[in-house]
Design a binder for this molecule. Structure first.
Ligand SMILES: NC(=O)c1ccc[n+]([C@@H]2O[C@H](COP(=O)([O-])OP(=O)(O)OC[C@H]3O[C@@H](n4cnc5c(N)ncnc54)[C@H](O)[C@@H]3O)[C@@H](O)[C@H]2O)c1
Length: 380
């Protein structure tokens, strides 16, 4: 497929296409005139994220689990490997499947890249740094990761995937690109996956208390999705000698109190802040060093948090209103949003889950929602 790459239009494979980042990437690639094949097993992805692309002649969506080999007779010019649940509640739900997705999935996509003559980009994560001892984290920092804890399926899975990418590069000369993504937010995030931005916005929209862990002085940095996708595209366009890994994220830090204040003011919400003890494993700071991305890609995030939040709030508000068919939202809408995804999509990948859920109700109880809300806000 190298020849078509030279003339502009490319045939590109995106794994995890129905997810938060994957759907934005497909949209961007199609808008640039490429033909995109998206694959997804719909574990956390939703067809609604790509509904607007389904009738586009340059887009094709196929249901496939990357743990199994993927065959395609035409081949691809580029592969973006994004498939993997990204939030702790999702990747810890079936940790063995998470490890398989990271490791077997990487091998399958790397083999496909070899047979296609494609370049391949891996969506890695800041979690490869684990609980970092240095701030901000540069790419040469080797991390502080537990191989036996509940997060290891994701952290170590992603680290192993990076190793595989570099082994295929050294052993077979495969052109690889590895980006390490820090906290990203924007429209099409899952409303109830325990991430701080979606968590604060949904609570503020329904008027519930916003839960802050500790005194709210811990900081996080947030990259708007369009900025991140721009980083992907720039990275893929670099020469074959540029493998990364390269950090992509927004180095500007905000305290949790500042974020809660920005969200409630933007919404005009009556929500108050409630404080709970800081969980033991909650890092007090997480911030990327993007010196390399600036030098190598000429990239840095452009979207101010206030504007990115406004777009994200508008998305969640319309999602809640759609659920109810009105323009106002309530806790029941949030329950439906959460319940629908868990019952129709997650259960397919966890035998036994459906039975235990249906024994009670098709919607999660208020207590379930509250406990989900009370999950520590974590990065992806
Ligand atoms: N969003 C972030 O802040 C963030 C941060 C760091 C890294 N990442 C990485 O970026 C990628 C995308 O993250 P996201 O936020 O869009 O998450 P997401 O959960 O919204 O999307 C992941 C997609 O992959 C699909 N998927 C999962 N396992 C699969 C499998 N075995 N086969 C096929 N499809 C599968 C899911 O159904 C979903 O559509 C992930 O690899 C994640 O690790 C994201």
């Amino acid at each position: 497929m190298q020849d078509s790459a030279k003339v502009g239009e490319k045939r590109i494979l995106v794994t995890g296409a129905a997810g938060f980042l994957g759907s934005h990437l497909c949209e961007r690639l199609i808008n640039e005139g490429h033909k995109v094949v998206g694959i997804d097993n719909f574990f956390t992805g939703k067809k609604r994220n790509v509904a607007h692309l389904l009738s586009h002649p340059c887009f094709e969506l196929r249901e496939h689990d990357i743990v199994k080999p993927f065959t395609d007779e035409t081949g691809f010019d580029e592969i973006y490997n994004l498939a993997c649940p990204a939030s702790p509640i999702h990747y810890q739900y079936d940790p063995v499947q998470t490890t398989k997705t990271c490791v077997h999935g990487a091998i399958n996509m790397l083999d496909l890249a070899r047979t296609s003559g494609a370049r391949i980009l891996q969506a890695s994560t800041s979690e490869v740094y684990g609980d970092p001892e240095i701030h901000p984290q540069p790419e040469h920092y080797r991390g502080n990761v537990s191989s036996i804890g509940p997060r290891a399926c994701y952290d170590e899975g992603k680290r192993c995937a990076e190793s595989l990418f570099f082994d295929y590069h050294r052993e077979y000369g495969l052109p690889i690109k590895v980006v390490r993504i820090f906290n990203t937010y924007g429209p099409r995030m899952d409303p109830l996956d325990g991430r701080v931005v979606s968590n604060f916005i949904v609570k503020a929209l329904v008027g519930d208390d916003i839960t802050i862990y500790g005194d709210g002085s811990q900081t996080r940095s947030f990259c708007f999705v369009d900025d991140l996708i721009d980083g992907f595209i720039r990275m893929m366009a670099t020469g074959d000698d540029q493998t990364g890994p390269v950090n992509l994220g927004n180095p500007e830090e905000f305290t949790m109190l500042e974020l809660a204040d920005l969200v409630t003011k933007a919404i005009g919400s009556r929500s108050k802040t409630a404080f709970l003890p800081l969980p033991k494993d909650d890092p007090t700071r997480r911030r990327p060093d993007i010196t390399l991305a600036k030098a190598m890609l000429g990239w840095s995030p452009m979207m101010p948090l206030r504007l990115g939040l406004a777009e994200t709030i508008a998305y969640f508000a319309s999602l809640l209103a759609d659920e109810r068919g009105t323009t106002s939202a309530s806790d029941a809408d949030v329950a439906r949003l959460s319940g629908r995804r868990v019952d129709t999509e997650v259960q397919r990948h966890k035998p036994g889950f459906a039975a235990s859920k249906s024994a009670s109700s098709s919607e999660p109880s208020r207590a379930t929602l509250v406990s989900r809300y009370a999950k520590p806000q974590m990065t992806g």
